[in-house]
Write a protein that binds this ligand. Structure first.
Ligand SMILES: Cc1ncc(C[n+]2csc(CCOP(=O)(O)OP(=O)(O)O)c2C)c(N)n1
Ligand SMILES: [Mg+2]
Length: 407
């Protein structure tokens, strides 16, 4: 972490302190603070012109690794998009919550409400040529990798036009450069190391973002993957999404060390405030460049929080207090970005409300479209499709009983 005696000051005063404010600011419709922020931040009028915004110096903790800069280059357009993306994920997750409670979605359904800044910050720091793999809390990542909302909701509803033709459900969604959606805790991490090995072999110059949970972090196979990744200098950014719980077990009860970013021992690490989308963006951009320069793997820890239960069958209240939840909600990633957008004079409160309304309408439209998708016909060829590469199907496919076996 950057040693600084200014760390006790609030973010805004610290950044203002970096440059002298102009002597006289004439009154206009904006407040003094807004005018000052705009001038110090040099907010351009154009949506696509880059400028720098500050990041709190409590955002990172390092392990044998230099932290990113405490200001990040962005544009007004990108800041607005970060807000749109996080709000869209939350609305989509709330829609899934509703559909599940109406008993239209059956089976597993793991929501990522509270964790939106991680999926969104990562996506804004990488390209579609970079690869991403995660565990089962994956709806937000699926959306950010380019899937439509209706294809994700359609999948949850088991529909033919769902992103995995209704056969994957919540835990098994895929898109270009997105390898799921994996239900076996920890098992996706060695797979991600393999994807990075393929990138290295093909000399693509890109990286693999390899996400897992704090619960998964205690698995042996993760440490085997760390070893091989370091041994072979693979272009992989491991990322532990520490949402403080694995099902109903808190990190303190499950982990001898909760410093997940130091778990790689011989691999440099960085802990990132996963409730701040700008901190995530800056950190991933920084680490990606470091990996692309041929320095090998990194282990990131995104400190975040899951507001909902582990899955829909868990109300999420038995193992944590109401006070804890309330406290965590004060760090909400969407609310805090909203206040920055207003403080920095990027969007007005009314503009923000209008975007929220538009996204609410757009998501309910997508819900309707998903509900209108047909269910798959109960036919053998539909059941067996997407298992074998077309043309390589074996002559015999075994069902549960002799009757169901196809020759
Ligand atoms: C190998 C394996 N063991 C156990 C489970 C059951 N299980 C499902 S989720 C989970 C907890 C994982 O927690 P974490 O990695 O922190 O992810 P989070 O749910 O917090 O996103 C467990 C133990 C499983 N799916 N796979
Ligand atoms: Mg967890």
């Amino acid at each position: 972490m950057r040693p600084s005696n200014s760390s006790l000051l609030p973010l805004r005063s610290r950044f203002l302190g970096l440059r002298a404010l102009p002597g006289s600011l004439h009154a206009n419709t904006r407040s003094f603070a807004q005018v000052a922020q705009r001038r110090v931040l040099d907010v351009p009028s154009e949506d696509d012109k880059p400028f720098m915004v500050p990041i709190a110096d409590t955002s990172f903790e390092t392990y044998h690794f230099d932290p990113p800069s405490y200001s990040v280059e962005t544009t007004k357009g990108q800041l607005k998009q970060l807000f749109r993306d996080m709000t869209t994920i939350r609305r989509m997750e709330l829609a899934a919550d509703g559909l599940y409670k109406e008993r239209k979605i059956r089976g597993f359904c793991h929501l990522s409400i509270g964790q939106e800044a991680v999926a969104v910050g990562i996506e804004h720091a990488i390209t579609r040529e970079d690869k991403l793999i995660t565990a089962y809390r994956s709806h937000g990542n699926t959306l950010m990798r380019g899937a439509t909302i209706k294809s994700i909701l359609g999948e949850l509803l088991g529909r033919r036009d769902g992103i995995a033709h209704g056969k994957g459900g919540s835990m098994h969604m895929y898109a270009k450069s997105f390898f799921g959606g994996n239900g076996i805790v920890g098992a996706s991490v060695p797979l991600g190391a393999g994807i990075a090995l393929a990138q290295q072999y093909d000399d693509t110059g890109n990286v693999t973002i390899n996400l897992y949970g704090d619960g998964a972090a205690n698995q042996g196979q993760i440490h085997e993957a760390f070893n091989m990744a370091k041994l072979w200098n693979l272009p992989v950014m491991f990322g532990c999404e520490n949402n403080k719980y694995g099902m109903g077990t808190s990190v303190d009860r499950a982990s001898a060390s909760t410093e997940y970013f130091k778990r790689g021992q011989y691999i440099p690490g960085l802990k990132v405030n996963g409730m701040d989308v700008l901190a995530v963006l800056a950190a991933v951009r920084h680490g990606r460049e470091w990996i692309k320069a041929g320095n090998g793997p990194l282990i990131y820890e995104y400190e975040t929080y899951r507001y909902a239960g582990h899955s829909m069958s868990d109300p999420g209240t038995a193992y944590r207090t109401r006070e804890e939840l309330q406290k965590e909600r004060t760090n909400d990633p969407i609310t805090s970005l909203k206040s920055k957008l207003i403080d920095w004079d990027i969007m007005t409160e009314d503009e923000i409300k209008a975007v929220e309304k538009e996204i609410r309408g757009m998501v309910s439209h997508e819900v309707q479209a998903a509900e209108q998708m047909p269910v798959p016909d109960p036919k053998w060829d539909i059941l067996f499709e997407d298992i074998y590469v077309p043309g390589s199907e074996p002559a015999q496919r075994r069902g549960r009983t002799i009757d169901e076996t196809i020759y």
